[in-house]
Design a protein around this ligand. Structure first.
Ligand code: G1P
Length: 207
């Protein structure tokens, strides 16, 4: 009960239903009425960041500095880039780099870089007009990445590059790893949880 009261003090929660699974671009577009004519953040629930506050704060600072949309990017091994949105940028180094091109789930042979889009985005409301005109892309879905590519034609878009602390809990093994690692980082759980892990790891009936 205490947890519920605290959450209610922190934020008002509203939700809108996507209704049909037409893709991430469509999912964002259904929030248009709720968001209105404001910049807003998209956070994908299956991308968990250990240091979420730093990535998001950095992205919001970048928006305040440039007034532009910002996409979280992380370098991934070349053979994994085909699982992500992939961005080409104008600088080889630095946390904030201007995006010059972006493509959804490229064939690694054609990928413009190894910089993968992670599930944190800050958008100017311009994205909504572009989402409405979007045609289906990879997998027949309305792809948010394609709308970002269209956004590049009319506004600057920055990549906020970070390097670690991200779990893809859409993969079962990453979900399990995230649960264990994040629990071990908590002082209130660490000792008891270590004991549970040792017990489970040495149990003969589980081997
Ligand atoms: C979505 C996006 C992709 C992004 C990824 C991050 O893909 O379409 O651009 O890189 O999230 O997790 P999905 O994981 O839904 O296939």
């Amino acid at each position: 009960m205490a947890g519920i009261v605290e959450l209610a003090d922190m934020a008002d929660i509203h939700y809108v239903r996507q209704g049909e699974p037409l893709g991430l671009g469509h999912a964002v577009s259904v929030a248009r009425k709720h968001v209105g004519d404001e910049p807003f953040v998209v956070m994908l629930g299956d991308d968990i960041m250990v240091d979420d506050s730093t990535v998001l704060t950095g992205m919001i600072d970048a928006y305040q500095q440039h007034g532009s949309s910002v996409v979280a990017l992380m370098e991934v091994p070349h053979d994994e880039i085909g699982s992500y949105g992939c961005a080409a940028v104008d600088e080889p180094e630095g946390t904030l780099r201007r995006i010059t091109a972006i493509v959804e789930k490229p064939d690694p042979a054609d990928a413009p870089s190894n910089l993968a889009v992670m599930g944190r985005y800050l958008f100017t409301p311009t994205i909504f007009d572009l989402l409405e005109k979007l045609e289906p892309g990879v997998g027949g879905e309305l792809q948010l990445t394609d709308a970002i590519s269209d956004l590049l034609e009319v506004e600057s878009v920055y990549g906020y590059v970070f390097s670690d602390g991200r779990f893809d809990i859409g993969k079962k093994i990453d979900y399990l790893r995230a649960t264990v690692e994040l629990a071990l980082k908590r002082k209130d759980l660490r000792d008891d949880f270590l004991e549970v892990l040792r017990d489970v790891a040495t149990r003969e009936d589980l081997s």
